[in-house]
Design a protein around this ligand. Structure first.
Ligand SMILES: NC(=O)c1ccc[n+]([C@@H]2O[C@H](COP(=O)([O-])OP(=O)(O)OC[C@H]3O[C@@H](n4cnc5c(N)ncnc54)[C@H](O)[C@@H]3O)[C@@H](O)[C@H]2O)c1
Length: 453
């Protein structure tokens, strides 16, 4: 099949390269000309495991190409995926500006008798596919046959390539049985279950999935806070919860909460939509509020470990919203840094992330030193906060923490480290939802943790 993907971001690129790998001819179109120039030279503009090899293999085979003018692509494409961003707009609602601009460029579609499909992968409010249909119908020549389909994307950043080839499910929202059949055949080589439904249900299925994950994460974090106050150990509680087949083990980890380019904006969009139609989502609203409190909770824990933070140096380990990506959009680490500097002006902050340093340098205040290694960030620090659970951080030996830091005090905001092993070797490691076990080398004096000398 000849396909076009409009929007060569994380979703569009993995989708385009994935379908090219399955043997289709795909052109990815993006208005960002520098991104297209990079991609045409084989440079992937962001870090995503496996994507570079997939893109290079398929461009070399002539199945995948890049451009910024949709007119040429549309001459041939039978199927056009729309994968543009749908961020939160200035007034809190989901902005569909990129979607409308992409749709309006489809007016260049040549007149022909070929029936074409526009499949919306972007996450959108319920009813958007229908709005797209009426907008296009009003503008395209009458005999241009176009079906508008909602085919929401469930891939995760950091594993978008794997998720393309092993999707949890493929949801096809359409009012046409023929189109459902055609798209079912197209996806048949992928192992996930295929669910054909109507467009509104497909759109809501995506928003509901992200809202459900957000609720689960906030639930985990609130139970973790309760564990801290009652002397229970949240990881043990989560383990037990996860063994219940009605609950399942995923998304029960406590930490600094959810962030990224999807969960925060999609929960906001769901709440906004629900208010507009009179079906308030109080649970999701509460999950969003609970999530917003987590950076402050972490700062308070830091305040209980070191006195007068504004005179101290604190290292932030991890800046991306999760490991496996360099995406820092709405990253908890950035909210944490904002909270630290708001409560403790003058605090010395260093930060390190294996992939997101360059992106973070562009947005962080100049007072935060973004370092090129964990060692550099931790050098002479009075405490560190692990904000993203990159594998690299799990392998830092206790001796290195002790050698590099002024005081080896780690607030493990993701329960990623082996706290018991670190504590046994003289490093204070305070996780989330668990009582800190102090190493014998440390005592609590005048409201802070200090080495026993
Ligand atoms: N990132 C994820 O993990 C993920 C997962 C599932 C769903 N989604 C949804 O998929 C959509 C895309 O997400 P993303 O993370 O890939 O976004 P992104 O911001 O990484 O990429 C969007 C791309 O669209 C381009 N673009 C904007 N307007 C355009 C236009 N008029 N014509 C052509 N290109 C245009 C931008 O230049 C950008 O390169 C969003 O709605 C998002 O919510 C994202």
């Amino acid at each position: 099949m000849k396909m076009a993907v409009i929007g060569a971001g994380i979703v569009g690129l993995a989708t385009g390269a994935g379908f090219a790998d399955l043997g289709h001819t795909v052109q990815c179109v993006d208005i960002d000309t520098s991104k297209i120039a990079q991609l045409s030279r084989g440079i992937i503009p962001y870090y995503e495991p496996g994507l570079e090899a997939l893109v290079l293999r398929n461009t070399a085979a002539g199945r995948l190409s890049f451009g910024h003018d949709p007119a040429k692509v549309l001459l041939e494409a039978e199927l056009v995926f729309i994968a543009v961003g749908t961020p939160t707009g200035d007034t809190g609602e989901m902005s569909l500006a990129a979607l409308w601009s992409a749709i309006d460029r489809l007016e260049a579609w040549p007149q022909s008798d070929v029936r074409r499909i526009v499949a919306i992968k972007s996450t959108v409010p319920v009813g958007t596919s229908e709005r797209v249909e009426s907008r296009l119908r009003g503008r395209l020549p009458e005999h241009c046959l176009v079906d508008i389909v909602s085919i929401p994307e469930f891939m995760r950043e950091g594993s978008s390539v794997r998720d393309f080839f092993e999707p949890s499910r493929i949801v096809i929202g359409t009012s046409s049985a023929d189109v459902a059949e055609k798209l079912t055949q197209l996806h048949q080589r992928l192992p996930g279950p295929i669910l054909a439904t109507d467009r509104r249900s497909a759109e809501l299925a995506k928003l509901a999935a992200n809202a459900c994950l957000a609720v689960k994460i906030s639930f985990a974090n609130e139970i973790a806070a309760l564990a801290e106050q009652t002397g229970a150990d949240y990881p043990s509680v989560a383990h037990s919860l996860g063994l219940d087949p009605r609950i399942g083990p995923h998304f029960l980890a406590a930490g600094l909460g959810f962030g990224g380019s999807c969960l925060p904006k999609d929960t906001r969009a769901l709440v906004r939509l629900a208010d507009e139609v009179g079906a308030p989502q109080t649970l999701v609203e509460a999950a969003v509020r609970a999530n917003a409190m987590l950076p402050l909770r972490m700062v308070r824990k830091l305040e209980a470990a070191i006195s007068d933070p504004r005179r101290r140096k604190v290292a932030i380990l991890g800046l991306s919203f999760k490991p496996g990506t360099d995406d820092i959009r709405e990253a908890p680490a950035l909210r944490l840094i904002a909270e630290l500097t708001r409560r403790h002006p003058g605090i010395t902050l260093t930060a390190y992330d294996p992939e997101a340093g360059a992106a973070a340098r562009k947005v962080l205040p100049s007072s935060v030193t973004v370092c090129d290694s964990a060692e550099e960030a931790l050098k002479d620090a009075d405490a560190a906060i692990l904000a993203t659970e990159w594998r690299e951080f799990r392998h830092i030996p206790a001796d290195d923490f002790k050698k590099w830091m002024n005081r080896p005090i780690i607030m493990d905001g993701r329960n990623a480290l082996d706290a018991a092993a670190l504590n046994a070797q003289g490093v204070v490691c305070i996780g989330v939802g668990r009582l800190p076990v102090l190493p014998k080398e440390f005592i609590r004096r005048a409201g802070e943790l200090v080495p026993k000398i």
